[in-house]
Design a protein around this ligand. Structure first.
Ligand code: SF4
Length: 382
């Protein structure tokens, strides 16, 4: 079976792109009637201007499908940034090598202290994030972080620079269950122009990371595109196609899809195209109709009111109270949840600054159960 990057070389997105621009009202209505998008072409029709007039029924259907497969639940997680040291130049990222920010890789004791803060807030699912730097990948640092945190976090996910399968295996053995890797942009030329130095330059190598991670034993995979780097229709089609491929070849894993939108960050980068709110809604509902079983993640990049509105229409996983700076959680005042110092080493500034408790309360008011723990290592050790 070819990998996705091999498939992608000959994948024709021109036809679905044409459908995304010109689909008729009748075709959108037909998809609504049949209750799901059965092909990439039908997914494309849901991204079209014609579908913009059907946002309400699309939201309704998307909600119904999500509740059927996931119930009225929301999986809660928090990112924990281990390091903002990075050898890559990614023009849109605050951690990009040339940006003048305080660089830090947390000591193991600090990692544990930060994780304890999140644990106290209720989290049992944590995402360890780091820039790409050989010094902490080669010396067993991440493995040791996982080993320590797995004593009190049943679910640990990673978002690191791509590795070979063999390098992932010890991380799985240490207690990691999920790997997230976002392609950022699926448009190769744009990708090359934005990633000008460091190992992240390798477009195809990055694209096949989820498959290498699956081979190493990760049981959850996360993919995504950073919206704002290229034409949103094209990114959405490529992302959906990637997800469809992974559902076939990595069928034992739970797949999660993310569509982060650009946030202000250190550096001069101007986003190419802002994905407007109503298009964002359209994209979420289209993904739900095309990928009824995939998790969809919404992060604190989005503002509070929008997150509250989006939560019931297809989202299954949310972060809350996030800091994107290594060591950032210790700077929150515990009672007010206000930051006690500026986070100069953050990757980007979040938009929803509410505490996890506040977010969980809103979800409960909407009739959703915030799920802090949905996995235990004993389930796979048995
Ligand atoms: S996006 Fe990732 S790889 Fe690129 S500069 Fe930021 S942290 Fe480094």
């Amino acid at each position: 079976m070819p990998t996705f990057s091999e498939k992608y070389k000959t994948l024709d997105l021109d036809r679905p792109l044409d459908i995304a621009a010109t689909a008729s009202i009748a075709s959108v209505e037909r998809i609504l009637q049949q209750g799901r998008a059965r092909s990439l072409e039908e997914f494309a029709a849901l991204l079209s201007p014609a579908a913009e007039g059907y946002l309400e029924p699309l939201c309704h259907l998307s909600q119904k499908i999500t509740q059927k497969h996931f119930g009225k639940t929301m999986r809660m997680f928090a990112p924990l940034y281990l390091s903002n040291e990075c050898v890559n130049v990614c023009k849109y990222c605050g951690f990009s090598r040339h940006n003048d920010i305080p660089r830090i890789t947390l000591e193991l004791e600090t990692v544990e202290a930060e994780a304890r803060i999140l644990h106290k807030q209720g989290f049992r699912s944590i995402l360890l994030v780091a820039g790409e730097h050989p010094k902490y990948v080669s010396n067993g640092y991440v493995e040791e972080c996982v080993r320590r945190l797995s004593k009190f976090f049943p679910s640990i996910a990673l978002e690191l620079g791509p590795l070979e399968s063999e390098r992932y295996q010890p991380l799985v053995a240490a207690g990691c269950e999920a790997l997230l890797v976002y392609q950022e942009t699926y448009h190769e030329e744009t990708y090359r122009s934005l990633h000008t130095a460091g190992p992240k330059k390798h477009f195809h190598w990055r694209m096949d990371t989820p498959e290498r991670a699956y081979a190493a034993g990760f049981r959850r995979l996360g993919i995504g595109a950073l919206f704002g780097l290229h034409d949103w229709h094209r990114e959405a089609l490529a992302l959906a196609s990637h997800a469809e491929h992974l559902l076939q070849v990595c069928w034992k894993a739970q797949l999660n899809v993310s569509m982060p939108r650009m946030r202000p960050a250190k550096g001069e980068f101007e986003q190419v195209e802002f994905l407007k709110d109503h298009h964002f809604v359209q994209l979420i509902t289209a993904l739900r109709l095309f990928l009824p079983h995939a998790g969809i993640t919404l992060s604190t990049r989005e503002p509070a009111t929008l997150r509250d509105g989006l939560a019931p229409i297809g989202i299954t996983t949310m972060s809350a109270g996030s800091s994107t700076e290594p060591g950032g959680y210790s700077s929150f005042d515990e009672s007010t949840f206000q930051q006690t110092r500026e986070q100069e080493g953050e990757q980007f500034h979040i938009a929803d600054e509410r505490s996890p408790k506040e977010v969980a309360a809103v979800l409960a008011r909407l009739g959703y159960e915030p799920v802090w723990k949905d996995f235990d290592q004993s389930l796979v050790r048995a």
